[in-house]
Design a protein around this ligand. Structure first.
Ligand code: FMN
Length: 347
């Protein structure tokens, strides 16, 4: 099936502007998920062996999840859950709706199987996401919700902005990812700094500790951090029991053809893989098993997923790989895991 995607569907989709193709895919998924038969067929086609794993108190049927940014408005989790994923991360959702950056803002570098995006958290806001999830949940796999900051909110007001979004979305997520690492929201990455990060996380923890059901939290970090910045972010996360997601897109341009060098935005896909693996390895060493870790960046097949698990990730996520390899990528990864006799771990 992956072969068919690469030979036929990809050619068709790549004839369109990337954002248009993405929106068309989301709309089609929205239609499909309302038909039982379509859900059933998708599930049958995506079926693969389970690799059960327990992470952060949640049970996953396999460790391969969808990365944030694909379903920003939480519109199609039901369809996505039929593609074999072990979990989904939806969003980034911000408290208030916002348009994001001017278009065009998503670019394919097909010859390198990479993407550049400067979407800027275009989304319909937390209330709209909650309404959608109210209708579409529960699913039979865990759902994470990734939360970010509104572009017009200052860093000083960021803690309140994140907290308000969290309060609206708390009933719907099985875990929450605090996104401090998108390169497309001005100053967002400054939230990695110790004091700023503490002031961001502590109110969320306070809120969560007052809730009946305790849910795990993760911080999604940048791959562009200096060693000392990474150490500080990991130690702040560990001290508060937050897991880590390594990593978001990079502003580095290593390996990018000359004509793309000056395109602003975050680079993902195959060109991010080496850097994302390095940051994952360092993160795992610093965290030393005290909190769970999700590895993301450049996963495009079985070996690249396994590498992240061996570097210390408890779970992995994919985004750009889905664009280049298609919706049966998860099945292909799981088949590879089966072929090499992979035995998942549990924490
Ligand atoms: C078009 C696009 C939009 C994205 N939007 C988000 C987002 O809203 N929030 C987020 O945390 N990450 C976002 N990401 C980053 C991905 O979740 C992921 O961390 C990154 O792309 C690296 O993984 P990949 O190489 O498998 O794509 C986005 C990535 C792409 C390509």
């Amino acid at each position: 099936m992956g072969f068919l995607y690469r030979k036929l569907v990809r050619r068709l989709l790549f004839g369109f502007n990337p954002e248009l193709a993405h929106n068309a895919a989301i709309r089609s998924a929205g239609v499909l998920q309302s038909f039982k038969l379509a859900n059933l067929i998708t599930e049958l086609l995506s079926k693969a062996k389970d690799f059960p794993v327990s992470v952060a108190g949640l049970k996953f049927k396999n460790p391969v999840g969808l990365a944030a940014g694909f379903d920003k408005d939480c519109e199609v989790p039901k369809f996505l859950s039929r593609l074999g994923f072990g979990f989904l991360e939806l969003g980034t959702v911000t408290l208030r709706p916002q348009n994001g950056n001017p278009k065009p803002r998503l670019f394919r570098i097909s010859e390198k199987k990479a993407l550049i995006n400067r979407m800027g958290f275009n989304n319909a806001g937390a209330y709209q996401a909650a309404r959608s999830l109210e209708r579409l949940l529960p699913l039979d796999i865990p759902v994470g919700i990734n939360i970010g900051k509104n572009a017009d909110c200052s860093l000083a007001l960021a803690p309140k902005n994140y907290l308000e979004a969290l309060k609206i979305l708390y009933p719907y997520g099985d875990y929450f990812a605090v996104n401090i690492s998108s390169p497309n929201t001005l100053q967002l990455r400054e939230l990695h700094q110790k004091e700023k990060l503490e002031s961001l996380l502590d109110p969320m923890l306070d809120f969560a500790s007052g809730q009946k059901i305790k849910k795990p939290f993760f911080i999604k970090i940048s791959p562009d951090l200096e060693a000392s910045e990474l150490e500080s972010a990991v130690s702040t996360a560990v001290s508060r029991g937050f897991g880590l997601i390594a990593s978001n897109t990079t502003t580095r341009r290593d390996g990018l053809p000359q004509r793309w060098q000056n395109h602003e935005g975050g680079l993902s896909g195959a060109l991010l893989k080496k850097l994302a693996d390095q940051i994952l390895k360092k993160t795992a060493m610093l965290a030393a098993g005290r909190v769970p870790i999700i590895g993301v960046g450049g996963v495009c097949d079985g070996p690249s997923a396994i590498k992240k698990l061996r570097l210390g990730a408890d779970l992995v996520q994919v985004y750009s790989g889905l664009i280049y390899e298609g919706p049966f990528l998860v099945k292909e990864i799981l088949e590879y895991m089966d072929k090499i006799g992979y035995r998942g771990g549990a924490r």
